[in-house]
Write a protein that binds this ligand. Structure first.
Ligand SMILES: [Zn+2]
Length: 334
């Protein structure tokens, strides 16, 4: 790897102080290892007895291992107060990295599956987010999400919860989970409802599925943004569609490597997508589980050969792709 150019080096020197936006973060995945150990210790046989047991599973294995880790994290969340603890981890992380605008996936479908009451969890999280915003002038927007393999019914249940008692902080609805499980087309009705509720439609695609999964998401669901989507690079016509429709991708290089969505030795196409004119921004996805930071994501792309100008574009695309950027959009420079 050649040494970074002076421009790239100065980009990273200023990086910490620069206001940043992050658009692809899952609340449970932002848990700090120390919190995980503390919550797990309440079990007779803790899933995570110490920090070493967490470290051993962070970013190790493949997608199945990641899903198992995610499930085990969720098993440690036994009460709304536990979600508040994770929310505190998340805002500390945002402060540390000077992320001034974040969009965070919160999953009522997962919370109900755990056996917790959605309204109670939401009431536990909200004061943490609000306190953080008031103290820092930063902004957190919530994206509700559902799990694709649980089907349209589970997704409709999430929308029902929102309809019954809208949370003003919510700006979008996303579909995550196993891309190969239920075809995008089966969620058409769900996404029509999403639009009727004035929520931005979002979808995870092109992570495990190929370019065709991105094409199906575009054709069937008309998303405002696609989470991951990097497999679009396999088909120039899908890349052209992303450019034409101006559909941003929020790409998480460390996550893609850690889950083996990107094969070992394979080059990440994030720069090729950016150079083709796709609005790419960078995110951490599940920073607590992948042991990453936004800085590490930018460093990963710099190592692929990004110029300082391209790194700047990735940084400002975070604000350009934001659903409710407000005044934060103007603050891309410190
Ligand atoms: Zn994700």
């Amino acid at each position: 790897m050649p040494p970074f150019s002076p421009g790239v080096r100065s980009f990273f020197r200023a990086f910490g102080a620069r206001p940043k936006a992050e658009l692809h973060l899952h609340l449970e995945g932002a848990i700090a290892p120390s919190t995980l150990v503390r919550l797990a210790r309440r079990f007779r046989e803790p899933l995570f007895p110490d920090l070493a047991s967490v470290r051993a599973r962070q970013g190790a294995g493949d997608f199945r291992d990641f899903l198992a880790l995610y499930r085990d994290v969720c098993r440690c969340l036994k009460a709304p107060a536990d979600y508040a603890a994770v929310a505190r981890d998340l805002v500390r992380r945002l402060s540390r990295e000077n992320i001034t605008y974040a969009e965070v996936y919160v999953s009522p479908a997962v919370i109900e599956r755990i056996g917790l009451d959605w309204a109670a969890v939401r009431s536990a999280i909200e004061p943490v987010f609000l306190g953080f915003e008031r103290a820092s002038g930063r902004r957190i927007v919530v994206l509700l999400d559902s799990v694709r393999q649980w089907g349209p019914e589970a997704a409709n249940r999430v929308l029902e919860l929102h309809e019954g008692s809208p949370w003003p902080r919510v700006a979008g609805f996303g579909l995550g989970g196993d891309e190969s499980s239920v075809p995008a087309g089966e969620f058409r009705g769900v996404f029509d409802r999403v639009r009727r509720l004035s929520l931005a439609p979002l979808v995870h695609a092109g992570e495990w599925g190929g370019a065709e999964s991105v094409a199906a998401a575009l054709d069937d669901l008309g998303p405002a943004r696609i989470a991951h989507g990097f497999r679009a690079a396999e088909d120039p016509s899908v890349v052209a569609a992303l450019v034409r429709l101006r559909t941003p991708l929020d790409i998480c290089p460390t996550s893609n490597s850690a889950t083996r969505a990107l094969l070992p030795g394979e080059r990440h196409p994030v720069l090729e997508l950016l150079r083709a004119g796709v609005r790419v921004s960078l995110s951490t996805d599940d920073p607590g589980l992948f042991r990453t930071t936004l800085r590490k994501e930018f460093l990963a792309v710099a190592r692929l050969g990004a110029t300082a100008r391209e790194l700047e574009a990735l940084l400002s695309n975070g604000f350009r792709g934001a659903l409710r950027p407000g005044r934060q959009a103007a603050r891309t420079r410190s």
